[in-house]
Design a binder for this molecule. Structure first.
Ligand code: GDP
Length: 139
């Protein structure tokens, strides 16, 4: 059965630009339930750990610098087929290639500063949810 959980982050660019409300509204309208949420800021060690899978990529340093540059909103979202449906809602990594109306098409600036994160598998959704939230913060 398709998993029911995904982890999102509204990234520093979208928080700085005042898009928290609009993005959460689009997430709600798409039928996701918010089961955990916080405004927080990643430390260097947090961002390095969260994106460890990308540590060999040329953009890793830039990615860590960007993700620690200001507050983010982290949230666990629930819905049938959550990972796949949320990735459809946010659009392609590069906003220039993101379908019209997707969150990245509406709010992202570039392939690096692309407004939102969405987990890429059910397994990572669990790991990323537990990275940001203690059990008593998940409802
Ligand atoms: P996602 O699953 O769509 O977020 O994309 P990836 O897992 O491939 O990459 C993770 C994140 O790294 C992206 O969301 C971007 O913020 C960043 N990123 C990916 N490719 C590039 C790139 O070419 N340059 C920069 N600066 N950042 C990138």
């Amino acid at each position: 059965m398709a998993g029911t959980k995904t982890l999102t982050m509204i990234k520093p660019d979208a928080v700085r630009d005042g898009h928290i409300g609009a993005i959460l509204n689009q997430i709600n309208e798409a039928g996701f339930r918010i089961s955990a949420m916080k405004l927080t800021q990643l430390s260097q060690a947090d961002a390095e750990a969260f994106y460890a899978v990308h540590s060999e990529r040329p953009f890793y340093g830039e990615l860590v610098e960007f993700m620690t540059s200001g507050p983010i909103v982290a949230a666990i979202l629930e819905k049938e087929n959550a990972v796949e449906d949320f990735r459809k809602l946010i659009g392609a990594t590069n906003p220039a290639e993101a379908a019209e109306g997707t969150i990245r098409a509406r709010f992202a600036k570039s392939i690096g500063e692309n407004a939102v994160h969405g987990s890429d598998s059910d397994e990572n959704a669990e790991i990323e949810g537990d990275f940001h939230f203690a059990g008593r913060e998940q409802f």
